[in-house]
Design a protein around this ligand. Structure first.
Ligand SMILES: [Zn+2]
Length: 428
């Protein structure tokens, strides 16, 4: 399939000036960006009518199927949220529940311009099947712990081999839920697996003050990054979700180990966990990516809201309105995420994946267009997404979804399953 998107404003990457031009796609790749390419014969020509073409967004931390739990665990402190609501529901999840929950989340993703996501959840075959339907880039991140009654590391090894062989739009990251749910021998075994296979690893890290405090008590004063470093968990680098309470030394260690922090401003704010030190991350030379976390804790997966929070939470916490400018938020939401997950995307350039979003510049909230990049970060919302293209396939276009399942079926399946899970978890 060949697509030509013409008469567009182009943002090649977060730091680039806006240009007028066109973009050509052949199969899953961008083959041209710039002035008119008269020689390109497309199967479909799309007049962008002066709207903005930019990279699709990367959601580098999600638990997609938690969309099923949206709205049933709100306004609760973190421990009650987890132990009274989320864990009892998750006890009853089936592979089919995860498939339909992930499909619901994917519908929201493509409606929001997200073309790539990292997912940490159960029943990963279901997650893979759902992402494949919609042609999204998928990084499966293992979130195991020490309470499982099966060979966790053996399973990780099998999955790493299996999903590493499924093409360029899927990755697998061995990893763990968190330090506080993993015994030392499990962390060391994952580190061994990473060392043998060359894999990067993934984990929730220093999300709350409680987590950091308890880790230092358990491990002779070592913070979670220091403790994991000691065990070789980040031997080949990787990604660490949250890093809300990573201090200067922790951040230097993450930089040295090639670890990308994934900032989840909305989720941290709603669970009252804190504000990630993005200014210090950037000063340490890190390139943070952006995540939404699950829909039970956020409760939306809008890259626009996350970019806004990424920048504005820093302005407030640093008491400096110049902190973390819009360009940094755009970078975190696109190229930093794609790069950290090892996918060829996050910018408009020849040879990159054709993961592209078309944003409406003619909506009232985008006028006047004094600075389009600032408008994207500070003014835009998901209603401005006109079209989402994933791997060269139009997956969302002005209210129409092409994600492998009809939206009505996804809604009906999720409603039915949510009700059953509530009954099984025995809360009204
Ligand atoms: Zn998470």
């Amino acid at each position: 399939m060949k697509l030509r998107l013409y008469n567009a404003k182009l943002l090649r990457h977060a730091g680039a000036p806006i240009e007028h031009g066109e973009l050509c796609i052949e199969n899953d790749r961008i083959v041209w960006v710039g002035k008119a390419d008269d020689g390109f014969r497309a199967d479909r020509e799309i007049d962008c009518r002066g709207n903005l073409l930019m990279s699709g967004f990367c959601n580098a931390h999600a638990h997609a199927a938690m969309s099923l739990f949206r709205g049933i665990a709100d306004d609760l402190p973190l421990d009650r949220w987890l132990y009274d609501r989320i864990f009892p529901l998750e006890d009853h999840l089936t592979a089919e529940d995860v498939y339909w929950g992930t499909m619901l989340q994917i519908a929201e993703f493509v409606r929001s311009g997200i073309t790539c996501f990292a997912d940490m959840y159960f029943f990963i075959d279901s997650v893979y099947a759902a992402a494949k339907n919609a042609n999204l880039c998928l990084a499966l991140c293992c979130g195991s712990n020490s309470y499982s009654d099966y060979d966790v590391v053996g399973e990780m090894q099998k999955n790493y081999a299996k999903y590493s062989a499924l093409g360029e739009r899927v990755r697998y990251f061995p990893g763990l839920h968190a330090e506080y749910t993993s015994e030392e021998k499990l962390i060391a075994a994952v580190a061994d697996l990473a060392a043998e296979s060359g894999a990067k690893t993934y984990i929730h890290l220093s999300e709350t003050l409680k987590e950091v405090g308890e880790c230092t008590v358990r491990h002779g004063g070592l913070t979670p990054p220091q403790y994991l470093h000691k065990l070789g968990f980040f031997e080949n680098g990787g990604l660490a979700a949250h890093c809300t309470y990573a201090d200067k030394d922790d951040l230097a260690l993450l930089k040295q180990s090639g670890v990308t922090p994934v900032v989840n401003g909305g989720s941290n704010l709603k669970l009252a966990s804190g504000v990630a030190p993005v200014t210090s991350m950037l000063a340490a030379g890190l390139a943070p990516a952006l995540g939404t976390d699950g829909s039970a804790s956020n409760n939306a997966t809008s890259p626009f809201r996350e970019m806004y929070l990424y920048s504005c939470l820093q302005k407030e916490s640093m008491k400096d309105a110049a902190a973390v400018p819009a360009e940094e938020a755009l970078r975190a939401a696109t190229e930093n995420g794609y790069g950290a997950l090892g996918f060829a995307g996050g910018r408009l350039a020849e040879g990159m994946f054709a993961d592209v979003v078309l944003l409406d510049l003619f909506a009232p909230n985008m006028h006047p267009a004094s600075d389009i990049r600032k408008n994207v970060v500070f003014s835009a919302d998901t209603s401005n997404v006109l079209m989402t293209i994933a791997g060269g396939k139009v997956v969302y276009e002005q209210g129409n979804y092409a994600i492998g399942e009809p939206l009505e079926t996804i809604f009906a399946q999720c409603e039915k399953r949510k009700e059953r899970l509530r009954r099984q978890a025995a809360f009204a």
